[in-house]
Design a protein around this ligand. Sequence first.
Ligand SMILES: [Zn+2]
Length: 165
Amino acid sequence: MATAWIPFLEGRYSPTLDIWPIEAKEFNRIYKFYENLREGKFTTTKCKKCGRVAYPPRVICPECYSDELEWIELPKKGKVAVVVEKWGGVPICYEPPLIDAWIDLGEDSPVKHILSRMINCPPETLKEGDEVQLAVFDVPAHPIELRKETIRAERVFFAFEPVKK
Ligand SMILES: [Zn+2]
């Protein structure tokens, strides 16, 4: 039954192995991050008290513990600083290689570097200095219980991909 929600598991594993976050605002205090992604925006939180920008987004400032945070936009393009291709020990939901990159978002970005999974890029092609951009994609919806009713909560997630030349 759970397989209807999580096709890649093909009935073999429990839905607790679902790798995607439950994004519905009833269950997730950074749901705004996913709403923004859906609109094509890449965002994180900034503390209104001390100005600290944190990535990934937080619900409490890691510097001064204030919960007065605001959402700010991050660049959707960057340059590869380091790339890692994992061929072994890849989680069950991914086909190897799993490609991750440390991405330089540039001097003007409030967050200078982020780590992201890379998609739409053939193995052994990505290299330092390559331009990459945010890619938002749909992931399987999640069933949530709301007032004794089960509804399907649509979900998205993100990775980065090479900018086509
Ligand atoms: Zn703060």
